[in-house]
Unconditional design. Sequence first.
Length: 92
Amino acid sequence: MGLGTATGQPVAGGWPEVPVAAWESTRDTLHLWTQVVGKVRLALEPMVNHWWQTTLYVTARGLTTGLMPYGGRGIEMEFDFRQHLLHIRTTP
């Protein structure tokens, strides 16, 4: 049984239906943006077996690359699904 999104109570029948047609353009856009961020991560991180260096990590607001080396600084890219933004942050 799944949990209700607002109440945390079980939902009869398990997970709610999410028809692809209702969010297909969002899915396609997110797929393309994650590919772009993944390519940046691939270029900046040293190679790890099975391409583990390209992983995006789940956060409370979305997905992040975590801190990556960039020259003498660090850079992080985070998808904020609550604000519908891609944050790119650097260290000083």
